[in-house]
Design a protein around this ligand. Structure first.
Ligand code: SF4
Length: 348
């Protein structure tokens, strides 16, 4: 039975160590054009560190282009890292041989944003779900069809769907098929990259609830990548906020939403739509767009948009500092330089 996965997931002792550790990860892209042109580098992921414990849902949030999806793809080695360390169950992924990494991929799966683009339109659902089992030699060939029907029922579909093609399903059903294709390999760790943002709001909660149920039944650990903070608030345990390739704040979800420290996080949270007309909330509107990542601002990269910018922010880069236990933020408002803080230039 697929559903017995929880009981058999104890091969690696995770009582002390995180399932995944990311240290000083960098992913830079050289976008220089021509030999005699100045060197241009985009720091898509710039020296980030975090860890994820077994069974938790860890969110990476931020605006489009902040580096959250690149981080996910780099962890799975779908794109190479520039430097840093990624440890999964203690194994250094960046130095693993290709063959070993390929075999590890059945434990580390990805759910994509666009379920339609990630499913081959020419294949039937049976073929789509059979493929990973065949590639990873999972289960005896005689058992595979039974396993496919079992997983279809777990995600809310049935064997009547086996011979249909992806275009015969709704967006929500296609995402269920994408999730089934991921879970059929009995993974421990899933990177979900904007898994519900292409779906109608009415369907989003169904897919989220399915993911939460599967997490409970299969003992899954999620890295949940999203720009939608209302979804993140509902389903994650800890959150890291990214801005221009860096983590600017990291805390437990409840702590982050009730006590955001970084001005960028405060602005993102203030933009969450209110759930009740009587709920009063002051929206912080950020000035301008995200700066060009190939030419980021000096000092604190958020200083061009920050309502609390100080002189020091323009030249000195803040480092991630623990403000209360388990809650870190990189902002000079929380450093000890009182003289600079009293000279604060409030732009708004
Ligand atoms: Fe704003 Fe300065 Fe803090 Fe950056 S360091 S977020 S510019 S107050």
């Amino acid at each position: 039975m697929l559903a017995t996965r929880v009981q058999s997931a104890g091969e690696y002792s995770l009582t002390e160590k995180p399932l995944l550790e990311v240290k000083n990860l960098k992913k830079y892209y050289d976008i220089s054009q021509g030999l005699f042109k100045p060197k241009l580098v985009v720091k898509a992921v710039d020296d980030i560190s975090f860890s994820i414990n077994k069974g938790e849902t860890f969110a990476l949030v931020g605006e489009s282009g902040c580096g959250k999806s690149t981080t996910g793809r780099t962890i799975l080695r779908l794109t190479g890292a520039t430097s840093g360390e990624i440890r999964y169950k203690g194994q250094d992924l960046l130095s693993l041989q290709t063959e070993k990494m390929r075999s590890l991929r059945k434990e580390m799966q990805m759910v994509f944003q666009d379920p339609y683009a990630s499913l081959n339109p020419k294949m039937t659902i049976k073929q789509i779900l059979m493929e990973p089992l065949r590639v990873h030699k999972k289960f005896h060939p005689d058992e595979r069809l039974e396993k496919i029907i079992e997983i279809l029922e777990i995600v809310g579909l049935s064997k009547t769907h086996l011979d249909r093609h992806p275009n015969e399903f709704s967006g929500g059903q296609r995402q269920r098929i994408g999730i089934a294709r991921t879970v059929i390999l009995n993974p421990d760790f899933i990177i979900a990259d904007e898994p519900v943002s292409a779906l109608d709001v009415s369907v989003q909660s169904q897919v989220i609830n399915l993911m939460l149920e599967l997490q409970k039944d299969f003992g899954l650990t999620y890295l949940f990548i999203s720009h939608d903070l209302s979804v993140v608030k509902h389903m994650t345990d800890r959150v890291a906020v990214m801005y221009l390739g860096k983590i600017v704040e990291l805390a437990d979800t409840e702590e982050l939403f009730s006590n955001p420290k970084h001005p960028y996080t405060q602005a993102l949270i203030s933009a969450i739509p209110i759930s009740h007309p009587r709920e009063a909330k002051e929206r912080i509107v950020l000035k301008g767009d995200v700066p060009n990542p190939a030419n980021p601002p000096s000092g604190c990269t958020f200083h061009t948009r920050c309502p609390f910018v100080m002189e020091m922010c323009k030249s000195i880069e803040p480092s991630l500092t623990e403000i209360v236990t388990g809650h870190t933020a990189s902002c000079h408002l929380y450093t000890n330089n009182k003289e600079e803080k009293t000279n604060a230039i409030i732009y708004s």
